[in-house]
Design a protein around this ligand. Structure first.
Ligand code: GDP
Ligand code: IMO
Ligand code: MG
Length: 421
């Protein structure tokens, strides 16, 4: 049996905290896509930790953490993360597993990412510059190197062949940064990677399912960043949606049970691209400030806006969401009037569907206003004790999405989670 936790917006919904919270109920936590573009924050003994590639179950005792085949892996970043995890007394060598089919991010992938974004100028995607797109391009282009290749005696030759190919691309971009130091670190990190448990991920996870183990698949990014269904081309390069769990871990769709979708009580986006409910005013500033909306991976300020039920409804549909988690509800504590986007007006016509082209002045969000609750909810433990105005806000969202908010996160702390009755 496999449950899924994923983000329904443009990422940073609070997946790290929620996966860490639920991890004790599972035997294995598995990342199925993305790479170090992700930054998943959780607190361990009141200390903040940001994980990029290691699943967010790593701090829970006796849990297996799997980096699945659908992930693209940066060995240098992984090594640093492992050191950070070890500093909490975690013996990751026992609990961290890497699929042999996982693709490697090379230093030249990162260079191509930088060169490509620079060449795009004003049209840049706003990539995290971690080499994600070039690594996935080499996967679908059938050139990439995988973790399993490390054990091959021809690895150096394979590396050099791909490196030469990358040099041609970099030459086309007239990119002349020296990446030799990064390559040195890369090869050192590969030696470290080889000391981890490299396994056949598909048999590993299916045998676990067969023997009755409970698996939690941890999404990265968010549904609106999905390469097929997000705001293309301003997306990431993987399938961030439930379907990605099957292709990224090698499991069949009928093994998936609960799909737990996370949304913030409002909405954020980091990087370029359409964001219909974005606030360019004081209110946006206020949300950024009280929500501390700065990227966990890049530190960039996140764009902030109201919750968007058109986009959320779409995300619930394509993911088959069966439960909702609403995070960062406390960030709205001081706001007088809240807005919920219920429709888009596209060139004079109202719609509740996400259009092919979300960008542009022709698309205007249509809002319904709700009175704010204007009280501190961060210490509330029981659903019934949440303010009435908040109950109304949530009840309305439930009614539109046809899925209920089951958990409300009212602070970054692991214990700040209210269960809806
Ligand atoms: P992820 O990428 O989905 O794991 O989310 P990030 O970790 O990038 O960003 C979420 C941020 O919000 C982190 O700094 C969390 O510590 C914080 N956070 C999570 N839940 C809450 C919440 O309910 N309230 C507040 N105020 N912060 C939260
Ligand atoms: P988590 O898992 C928010 C965004 C980037 C950029 C676009 C493409 O922490 O929610 P990429 O590096 O993938 O080529 O960037 O996607 N992006 C994220 N935004 N949270 C993330 O991950 C993201 N990962 C990528 O900002 O707009
Ligand atoms: Mg994040």
């Amino acid at each position: 049996m496999v449950d899924v936790i994923l983000g329904l917006q443009w990422g940073d919904e609070g997946k790290g905290k929620i996966v860490d919270y639920f991890a004790p109920n599972y035997d294995m936590i598995a990342r199925f896509q993305g790479g170090p573009n992700a930054g998943h924050t959780l607190y361990v003994n009141d200390k903040k930790v940001v994980l990029h590639q290691i699943p967010s179950g790593i701090f829970r005792e006796n849990k297996i953490n799997l980096i699945g085949s659908g992930v693209v892996l940066d060995a240098v970043i992984l090594k640093k993360e492992c050191d950070a995890v070890a500093s909490f007394g975690i013996d990751y060598k026992k609990t961290l597993f890497v699929s042999e089919r996982t693709h490697l991010i090379l230093p030249s992938h990162r260079a191509i990412d930088r060169a490509s974004e620079a060449a795009k100028g004003r049209d840049k995607i706003g990539s995290t510059l971690k080499g994600i797109s070039p690594a996935y391009m080499d996967k679908t282009g059938r050139n990439g190197l995988r973790v399993g290749d490390l054990l091959d005696k021809d690895f150096s030759d394979k590396y050099q062949k791909l490196r030469n190919k990358h040099q041609q691309i970099l030459d086309n971009f007239s990119f002349d940064e020296d990446i030799s130091q990064a390559e040195k670190e890369f090869f050192e990190a590969l030696e470290f990677l080889k000391t981890l448990k490299i396994i056949n991920g598909e048999y590993f996870i299916n045998e676990a399912i067969q023997s009755g183990k409970k698996i939690l698949a941890e999404g990265a990014q968010g549904s609106m960043l999905d390469v097929d269904f997000g705001t293309f081309p301003y997306v990431t390069s993987s399938n961030t949606i439930t379907a990605g769990v099957c292709s990224g871990l090698g499991i069949s769709p009928n093994k998936i049970k609960e799909v737990i979708g996370i949304t913030k009580a409002y909405c954020t986006r980091v990087g370029s691209g359409p964001f219909p409910t974005e606030l360019h005013d004081e209110m946006g500033e206020q949300i950024r400030k009280s929500g501390n909306e700065f990227g966990s991976t890049t530190g960039r300020p996140r764009r902030c806006g109201w919750i968007d039920l058109v986009a959320l409804n779409f995300a619930c549909m394509i993911n088959g969401v069966s439960q909702l988690v609403m995070t960062k509800a406390d960030v709205l504590d001081e706001i007088d009037t809240l807005k919920i986007c219920v429709k888009y007006n596209v060139d004079g016509t109202e719609t509740t569907q996400v259009p092919f082209q979300m960008e542009g002045k022709l698309l205007q969000p249509v809002y319904k206003e709700f009175p704010g609750w204007k009280s501190d909810i961060t210490k509330i433990k029981n659903f019934k004790d949440l303010p009435t105005a908040m109950h109304d806000y949530i009840t309305y969202i439930n009614s539109v999405l046809g899925v209920n908010v089951q958990y409300i996160s009212n602070g970054p702390g692991t214990d700040q989670l209210v269960v809806a009755l």
